[in-house]
Design a protein around this ligand. Structure first.
Ligand SMILES: [Zn+2]
Length: 213
């Protein structure tokens, strides 16, 4: 009986876990090798407007697959290892600006309805950090994927507003993936207009295209 119970437990664990998000190895949500590939190796870049950006990981291979599983397939369990990488990348900025609020780039109403969660906020919370939701989208934007740098800038200009605060202090902008950096610049513009001091941005990943800048 004990053997059957143990087998049943193993089958249940297998069915629940599915396969590795990074490499499809069966029986685990994330295998040891893929988990190791999610260890932060921070890359420093800057946006078109010159804001410093720290990205935990390069958006390709295993990392890209895991991020897509969170963003497109609702696999929120992966937000914990990915959030840990984001927190590692943020640690350097937070050491210099210990009182900075972590402000996620806002999620569109349509994306929030589809997923039921906001990806940057979820990553921060899973890492034990508190997102400060100071930014709101003010209008719809187009899907950025096929747009070049200038088109992206135009697409996001004026698309966010920051809540005004009497004691506006230091802030760090947080997003999941940075491509050209135009969305981060727009977030910084809105926060600066509301009186906040923007110390920089932290993202979970940077696209290879971004790293060519
Ligand atoms: Zn794997």
């Amino acid at each position: 009986m004990a053997l059957w119970a143990a087998l049943a437990d193993e089958i249940a664990a297998f069915v629940l876990a599915g396969c590795c998000a990074g490499c499809d190895a069966p029986g685990t949500l994330l295998c040891d090798e893929c988990r190791a590939a999610l260890t932060a190796e921070p890359v420093h870049t800057s946006t078109p407007d010159g804001m410093p950006v720290i990205s935990a990981l390069a958006f390709d291979g295993i990392v890209a697959r895991c991020i897509r599983r969170v963003k497109e397939d609702g696999e929120t369990l992966l937000a914990r290892p990915l959030g840990a990488a984001l927190a590692d990348a943020a640690a350097g900025l937070l050491a210099v600006h210990p009182n900075a609020l972590l402000v996620p780039v806002p999620t569109s109403a349509a994306s929030f309805r589809r997923r039921g969660y906001r990806v940057p906020d979820l990553l921060l919370r899973r890492a034990g950090l508190a997102p400060a939701r100071l930014l709101r989208p003010t209008r719809r934007t187009r899907d950025q994927r096929d747009l070049d740098v200038e088109e992206r800038r135009r697409n996001v200009t004026g698309s966010m507003r920051a809540r005004h605060a009497r004691d506006a202090g230091d802030v760090v902008v947080v997003d999941d993936v940075v491509t050209t950096g135009s969305t981060l610049d727009e977030a910084a513009r809105a926060l600066t207009a509301a009186g906040f001091r923007v110390c920089g941005a932290v993202t979970l990943a940077a696209t290879p295209r971004r790293r060519e800048f």
